[in-house]
Design a protein around this ligand. Structure first.
Ligand code: DER
Length: 233
Protein backbone atom coordinates (compact mmCIF):
# COMPACT_ATOMS: atom_id res chain seq x y z
CA UNK A 1 0.00 0.00 0.00
CA UNK A 2 1.00 3.64 -0.31
CA UNK A 3 1.50 3.97 3.43
CA UNK A 4 3.62 0.84 3.76
CA UNK A 5 5.79 1.85 0.79
CA UNK A 6 6.20 5.28 2.38
CA UNK A 7 7.26 3.75 5.71
CA UNK A 8 9.75 1.48 3.94
CA UNK A 9 11.21 4.35 1.94
CA UNK A 10 11.74 6.52 5.03
CA UNK A 11 13.28 3.63 6.97
CA UNK A 12 15.72 2.59 4.24
CA UNK A 13 16.77 6.20 3.59
CA UNK A 14 17.49 6.79 7.27
CA UNK A 15 19.45 3.54 7.69
CA UNK A 16 21.56 4.25 4.61
CA UNK A 17 22.28 7.78 5.80
CA UNK A 18 23.11 7.07 9.46
CA UNK A 19 24.14 3.46 10.18
CA UNK A 20 27.91 2.91 10.19
CA UNK A 21 30.18 -0.06 10.89
CA UNK A 22 30.75 -0.70 14.58
CA UNK A 23 27.56 1.13 15.61
CA UNK A 24 25.68 0.35 18.80
CA UNK A 25 22.07 0.78 17.72
CA UNK A 26 18.87 1.42 19.69
CA UNK A 27 16.01 -0.29 17.87
CA UNK A 28 12.57 1.28 18.23
CA UNK A 29 9.12 -0.28 18.13
CA UNK A 30 6.12 -0.24 15.83
CA UNK A 31 5.55 -1.05 12.16
CA UNK A 32 7.89 1.45 10.45
CA UNK A 33 10.98 0.36 12.34
CA UNK A 34 10.47 -3.17 10.93
CA UNK A 35 11.63 -1.84 7.56
CA UNK A 36 14.64 -0.21 9.21
CA UNK A 37 15.71 -3.49 10.81
CA UNK A 38 15.29 -5.27 7.47
CA UNK A 39 17.62 -2.73 5.83
CA UNK A 40 20.10 -2.88 8.73
CA UNK A 41 20.30 -6.68 8.37
CA UNK A 42 20.68 -6.41 4.59
CA UNK A 43 23.54 -3.95 4.93
CA UNK A 44 25.17 -5.90 7.77
CA UNK A 45 25.40 -8.95 5.53
CA UNK A 46 26.35 -7.09 2.33
CA UNK A 47 28.96 -4.86 3.97
CA UNK A 48 29.99 -7.16 6.83
CA UNK A 49 29.02 -4.46 9.34
CA UNK A 50 29.78 -5.18 13.00
CA UNK A 51 26.65 -3.95 14.81
CA UNK A 52 25.17 -4.34 18.29
CA UNK A 53 21.42 -3.85 18.73
CA UNK A 54 19.53 -2.89 21.89
CA UNK A 55 15.72 -3.31 21.79
CA UNK A 56 13.05 -0.91 23.12
CA UNK A 57 10.33 -3.59 23.52
CA UNK A 58 9.60 -7.29 23.30
CA UNK A 59 8.68 -6.62 19.67
CA UNK A 60 12.06 -4.99 18.94
CA UNK A 61 13.85 -7.86 20.68
CA UNK A 62 12.06 -10.36 18.46
CA UNK A 63 12.95 -8.29 15.36
CA UNK A 64 16.65 -8.26 16.29
CA UNK A 65 16.69 -12.01 16.91
CA UNK A 66 14.67 -12.84 13.78
CA UNK A 67 17.10 -10.87 11.61
CA UNK A 68 20.18 -12.54 13.11
CA UNK A 69 21.53 -9.27 14.48
CA UNK A 70 23.68 -9.20 17.63
CA UNK A 71 21.32 -8.64 20.57
CA UNK A 72 22.45 -6.68 23.59
CA UNK A 73 20.84 -4.72 26.41
CA UNK A 74 21.34 -1.43 28.24
CA UNK A 75 23.19 -3.13 31.07
CA UNK A 76 25.96 -4.28 28.74
CA UNK A 77 25.58 -1.46 26.19
CA UNK A 78 24.52 1.65 28.12
CA UNK A 79 25.80 4.10 25.50
CA UNK A 80 24.42 3.91 21.94
CA UNK A 81 25.57 5.64 18.78
CA UNK A 82 22.17 5.86 17.14
CA UNK A 83 18.52 5.19 17.95
CA UNK A 84 16.07 4.66 15.11
CA UNK A 85 12.34 4.71 15.89
CA UNK A 86 8.96 5.68 14.55
CA UNK A 87 6.55 8.28 15.83
CA UNK A 88 2.83 8.92 15.87
CA UNK A 89 3.23 12.60 15.02
CA UNK A 90 6.14 15.01 14.38
CA UNK A 91 5.71 18.78 14.62
CA UNK A 92 7.75 21.61 13.09
CA UNK A 93 10.21 21.62 15.97
CA UNK A 94 10.68 17.82 15.87
CA UNK A 95 8.62 17.41 19.04
CA UNK A 96 7.08 13.95 18.83
CA UNK A 97 4.10 12.10 20.10
CA UNK A 98 5.10 8.47 20.62
CA UNK A 99 3.45 5.54 22.34
CA UNK A 100 0.76 4.64 19.83
CA UNK A 101 2.23 1.15 19.99
CA UNK A 102 2.44 1.24 23.78
CA UNK A 103 6.25 1.09 23.94
CA UNK A 104 7.11 4.68 24.90
CA UNK A 105 8.82 3.96 28.24
CA UNK A 106 11.70 1.80 27.01
CA UNK A 107 11.79 3.81 23.76
CA UNK A 108 12.50 7.01 25.65
CA UNK A 109 15.19 5.32 27.74
CA UNK A 110 16.86 3.94 24.59
CA UNK A 111 16.59 7.30 22.81
CA UNK A 112 18.14 9.01 25.82
CA UNK A 113 21.04 6.52 25.83
CA UNK A 114 21.86 7.29 22.17
CA UNK A 115 24.11 10.04 20.84
CA UNK A 116 21.70 10.63 17.97
CA UNK A 117 18.03 9.78 17.38
CA UNK A 118 16.48 9.56 13.92
CA UNK A 119 12.73 9.29 13.33
CA UNK A 120 11.31 7.23 10.47
CA UNK A 121 7.70 7.77 9.46
CA UNK A 122 5.17 7.92 6.67
CA UNK A 123 3.60 11.18 5.47
CA UNK A 124 0.66 10.88 7.88
CA UNK A 125 2.98 11.73 10.79
CA UNK A 126 4.31 14.90 9.14
CA UNK A 127 2.50 17.63 11.06
CA UNK A 128 2.56 21.37 11.73
CA UNK A 129 1.52 21.10 15.37
CA UNK A 130 0.78 18.11 17.61
CA UNK A 131 -2.88 17.18 17.40
CA UNK A 132 -3.36 18.23 13.79
CA UNK A 133 -2.87 14.73 12.38
CA UNK A 134 -2.79 12.42 15.41
CA UNK A 135 -6.14 12.39 17.20
CA UNK A 136 -5.53 9.78 19.89
CA UNK A 137 -3.76 12.08 22.35
CA UNK A 138 -0.52 11.75 24.31
CA UNK A 139 0.11 8.23 25.68
CA UNK A 140 1.12 8.27 29.35
CA UNK A 141 2.48 5.16 31.08
CA UNK A 142 1.10 4.87 34.61
CA UNK A 143 1.31 2.52 37.56
CA UNK A 144 -1.95 0.49 37.45
CA UNK A 145 -2.88 1.29 41.05
CA UNK A 146 -2.69 5.02 40.31
CA UNK A 147 -4.52 5.33 37.01
CA UNK A 148 -7.73 6.85 38.36
CA UNK A 149 -6.15 9.70 40.40
CA UNK A 150 -3.75 10.33 37.51
CA UNK A 151 -6.66 10.59 35.06
CA UNK A 152 -8.39 13.10 37.34
CA UNK A 153 -5.27 15.17 37.94
CA UNK A 154 -4.48 15.40 34.21
CA UNK A 155 -8.02 16.52 33.33
CA UNK A 156 -8.14 18.99 36.22
CA UNK A 157 -4.75 20.56 35.52
CA UNK A 158 -4.54 20.38 31.73
CA UNK A 159 -8.11 19.88 30.48
CA UNK A 160 -9.06 17.46 27.74
CA UNK A 161 -9.90 13.80 28.34
CA UNK A 162 -7.65 11.15 29.86
CA UNK A 163 -8.74 7.67 28.77
CA UNK A 164 -7.47 4.31 30.03
CA UNK A 165 -6.28 2.34 26.99
CA UNK A 166 -8.13 -0.95 26.75
CA UNK A 167 -6.54 -4.06 25.23
CA UNK A 168 -7.81 -5.46 21.92
CA UNK A 169 -6.73 -9.12 22.19
CA UNK A 170 -7.30 -9.39 25.93
CA UNK A 171 -10.12 -8.44 28.26
CA UNK A 172 -9.44 -5.35 30.33
CA UNK A 173 -6.77 -2.61 30.10
CA UNK A 174 -3.71 -2.87 27.88
CA UNK A 175 -0.67 -3.93 29.95
CA UNK A 176 2.71 -2.70 28.68
CA UNK A 177 6.00 -4.66 28.45
CA UNK A 178 6.74 -3.13 31.86
CA UNK A 179 3.47 -4.23 33.50
CA UNK A 180 1.99 -0.74 33.41
CA UNK A 181 -1.25 0.79 32.08
CA UNK A 182 -1.48 3.53 29.47
CA UNK A 183 -3.65 6.61 29.67
CA UNK A 184 -4.25 8.42 26.38
CA UNK A 185 -4.61 12.11 27.12
CA UNK A 186 -6.67 13.79 24.37
CA UNK A 187 -5.61 17.39 24.82
CA UNK A 188 -7.70 20.30 23.50
CA UNK A 189 -5.07 22.31 21.63
CA UNK A 190 -1.30 22.46 21.21
CA UNK A 191 0.13 24.89 23.80
CA UNK A 192 1.42 27.96 21.96
CA UNK A 193 4.42 28.21 24.32
CA UNK A 194 5.44 24.64 23.50
CA UNK A 195 5.28 21.32 25.32
CA UNK A 196 8.27 21.52 27.66
CA UNK A 197 6.37 22.83 30.67
CA UNK A 198 3.53 20.32 30.30
CA UNK A 199 6.04 17.52 29.79
CA UNK A 200 7.78 18.37 33.07
CA UNK A 201 4.49 18.68 34.95
CA UNK A 202 3.22 15.35 33.64
CA UNK A 203 6.39 13.67 34.88
CA UNK A 204 5.79 15.13 38.33
CA UNK A 205 2.37 13.57 38.82
CA UNK A 206 2.75 10.69 41.32
CA UNK A 207 2.02 7.44 39.48
CA UNK A 208 3.09 8.67 36.07
CA UNK A 209 6.05 6.57 34.95
CA UNK A 210 6.67 8.28 31.57
CA UNK A 211 4.81 10.19 28.84
CA UNK A 212 4.90 10.06 25.05
CA UNK A 213 6.04 13.63 24.40
CA UNK A 214 9.61 13.40 23.06
CA UNK A 215 10.88 16.98 23.29
CA UNK A 216 14.25 18.03 21.89
CA UNK A 217 15.34 14.40 21.32
CA UNK A 218 15.19 13.87 17.57
CA UNK A 219 18.07 14.99 15.38
CA UNK A 220 16.24 14.34 12.13
CA UNK A 221 12.99 12.92 10.77
CA UNK A 222 12.49 11.15 7.45
CA UNK A 223 8.96 11.09 6.01
CA UNK A 224 8.14 8.75 3.12
CA UNK A 225 5.67 10.41 0.75
CA UNK A 226 2.93 8.89 -1.43
CA UNK A 227 4.74 10.02 -4.58
CA UNK A 228 7.83 8.00 -3.74
CA UNK A 229 9.87 10.95 -2.49
CA UNK A 230 11.29 11.45 1.02
CA UNK A 231 10.93 14.64 3.05
CA UNK A 232 13.47 15.41 5.77
CA UNK A 233 13.20 17.72 8.77
O1 DER B 1 4.58 3.23 19.96
C1 DER B 1 5.50 3.87 19.46
O2 DER B 1 6.10 4.76 20.05
C2 DER B 1 5.83 3.63 18.00
O3 DER B 1 7.15 4.02 17.74
C3 DER B 1 4.85 4.46 17.20
O4 DER B 1 4.93 5.78 17.68
C4 DER B 1 5.10 4.43 15.71
O5 DER B 1 4.57 3.24 15.25
P1 DER B 1 4.33 3.03 13.69
O6 DER B 1 5.69 3.10 13.06
O7 DER B 1 3.74 1.64 13.62
O8 DER B 1 3.39 4.11 13.23
Amino acid sequence: SGVEAAKRLAARTAVDAFVKNGFKLGIGSGSTVVYAVERIAERARAENLQLTCVPSSFQARQLIIEHGLLLSDLERTPELDLAIDGADEVDEKLTLIKGGGGCLLQEKIVVNAAKEFVVVADYRKNSGALGQQWKKGVPIEVLPLAYRPVQKEIETRFGGTAKLRMAKAKAGPLVTDNGMFIIDWEFEESPTDGWTKIGMELNNIPGVVEHGLFIGCAKKAYFGNEDGTVSER
